[in-house]
Design a protein around this ligand. Sequence first.
Ligand code: TXA
Ligand code: MG
Length: 318
Amino acid sequence: MTSNIKKYSGKVIQQAYEILKNGELLAIPSETVYGLGADATSDSAISKIYKLKKRPHINPLILHISSIHMVEQFAETNQLFYLLSNYFWPGPLTMILNQKKNNNISELATSNLSSVAVRLPDNKIFQNIIEKFNNPIAAPSANISGNISPTDPYHVYEDFGNNIELIIDGGQSEKGVESTVIDIRSKEIVVLRYGPITQKMIEKKVVCKIKKNVRDKKILSPGQMFKHYSPSKRLIINTTKPKKNCSFLGFGDIMPDRHFSGIALNLSIGGDLNEAASNLFKMLRFLDKTDTQEIVVAPIPNKDVGLAINDKLKRASS
Ligand code: TXA
Ligand code: MG
């Protein structure tokens, strides 16, 4: 029974608050993907996240905050931070800052790094929970490590069942892919993970050099080392013509011809990359459950949020 999936209400917010206070975990909707949240100041709560997700301890978590003031308590802010948070928060942008000395953040949450990742999610439910809790909430995507990230409460249930007390139903996540992660500790911005906030969008707002470090040898974002987002079936990308025994994930007018008898879905018939991003994980999860051997995906334009889509597809297919 999916009795732990609950719609948002005052009662559910109270329950969320109590779960966090008790050092337990819950799943919270966000505009990107669902998060598995815990008190960022509690070692024992954070260790439950790593255990339940089977996540390597060297992969740090994002701290979700509800105000700039909250960030200032534990991180060294800078001019870039104020500029970018003003433009893009609340929203799908995670920024890496240095930590302040002697803060109360769990060292497990930041994998003992001197830095910390922060984000203010654009979701009222998530914001209300952080505000009520009045402390940062550490939340990775609410999936078993390596699985496809969840964009609705039933995806979370597929991975964790009743092993978490509460999954708050906030409907389908609007963006559908995880936040953009950037390191802003120096004068140059380093992009560590592609996401809905694109380099172009950032360049329009700040005059600053932007470097890509998404797949470099020197890995700054530990999460980028791991194989990710994998369906259990083989995933073949950049293909326009699927074979018989597979399912097909099309984009725009790239769809199989009328002789194809398998299952075919389309990420966005109109060729809209934002729509494709929001459908990506949901459709991959669906096709993974069908009775075919492989999932074949059409080429996706490598621009804007298409960079994030392709990065995820590449990891899932390698
Ligand atoms: O959209 C999102 O970001 C979602 C929602 C729930 O907010 N969260 C999410 O968390 O995707 P997760 O844990 O799946 O990915 C966090 C990424 C990882 O690649 C991790 O390595 C990186 O952020 N990260 C966290 N702290 C970092 C740090 N101090 N330095 C570099 N990378 C960091
Ligand atoms: Mg994740």
